[in-house]
Design a protein around this ligand. Sequence first.
Ligand SMILES: Cc1cc2nc3c(=O)[nH]c(=O)nc-3n(C[C@H](O)[C@H](O)[C@H](O)COP(=O)(O)OP(=O)(O)OC[C@H]3O[C@@H](n4cnc5c(N)ncnc54)[C@H](O)[C@@H]3O)c2cc1C
Length: 377
Amino acid sequence: MKSVGIIGGGLGGLASACVLAARGYRVTIFERNEWLGGKAAVLREKGYRFDMGPTILLMPSVLERIFAEAGHRLADELDLVRLDPQWRSFFEDGSSLDLVADVDRMSSAMDIFLKGVRSKAYREFMRRAARLHRISERHFFWRPVGGLRDMVQLGSAWRPGFLQDVKAMSAGKTVSRVVREHFSDRRVAQMIDHFTQYVGSAPDASPAVLCGIGHMQTKEGVWYPRGGTRSIPQALTKLAELLGVEIRCNTSVEKIIISRGRVKGLTLRGGRSIELDAVVSNSDSVRTYWQLIGGETARAFAKRRQYEPACSGVVLYLGLNKRYDHLLHHNFVFSRDPEEEFTAIYRKGEPAPDPTCYVCSPSITEPGVAPAGGDAL
Ligand SMILES: Cc1cc2nc3c(=O)[nH]c(=O)nc-3n(C[C@H](O)[C@H](O)[C@H](O)COP(=O)(O)OP(=O)(O)OC[C@H]3O[C@@H](n4cnc5c(N)ncnc54)[C@H](O)[C@@H]3O)c2cc1C
């Protein structure tokens, strides 16, 4: 029973804790907040309930796999509701288009949206996205993604089909370029580009393989856990406790102790040290190297690649005494000009003059998020 310390009890830390405990490790989570879940936090006030961070749940198969490792069924722990249409898109010219999961239905909806222009564009894009999705599953979905070099592993490089996969990845092309090879309508291209916003990248700077997210979403669906996103860290905490994970909240880690290139333990705020065989950091990687490790290891990390903090956003939590009938559960109100928007955010590092807004109206699926007749937008 090797001991593992996990720094942080966000979704990543909780998932790691469950998997490691299920595989026989003695696991302790050290979380500086008094609650678990990290960004998947909840705000409750005056009868309203807001998921403060994530609200769009994709790929429940990842959660299923974590629960299965421990011999449990996700369906027994979480009540997941499939949302279809998946989003409603509102455009600058006043038009709107719903994204539905079924490719044929979506393709017909697009023909109507484009005023009867019968096109195979959506079907063809989804076929390409399906191939890119399969490639990411095969080579890097379950691994860290750094670039082509991380993908080329001894073994897989000699597998039949590997070179075809590299070619199909449209290496050198961006998401934005591939999307525009299929869609000439600015609004549709803006909507399809938006899949890459999940990973916080500009579509004109993201590798084409990320178009696979479109297929990932349409194939596996968009889900809402009843009780809100908050119920995911709650279910993972319950599983971790069942597996014997020790959870220490209000406990901040100050240092990872390393001796002769090996992790020996952690130092907590207040100076107490704990011996461990291994450590998993759920804290931001740049902070982990600079603040928790330091020294030559941190300098070597900084030399390897230029890291930047992820971009910020602005979130408003609006408790309403009414509902807006034209909204779905998930909505995107797109900016007037994606080039202007992405240049401001990703090149100048400034708030966009007219940003894309995501609006979540959960009362459609779960009226209890707000007092009767209201909404928690
Ligand atoms: C507004 C917003 C909306 C989002 N919407 C979506 C969405 O719809 N769908 C989606 O999939 N994703 C969404 N995301 C992204 C998603 O929330 C994150 O990817 C995910 O929650 C990150 O989980 P994590 O465990 O990696 O990190 P965090 O949630 O950041 O967890 C890290 C934990 O480590 C703890 N910690 C850090 N340092 C220390 C230390 N030294 N000692 C002890 N504890 C420490 C922190 O307190 C925290 O609890 C959204 C994010 C935000 C902010």
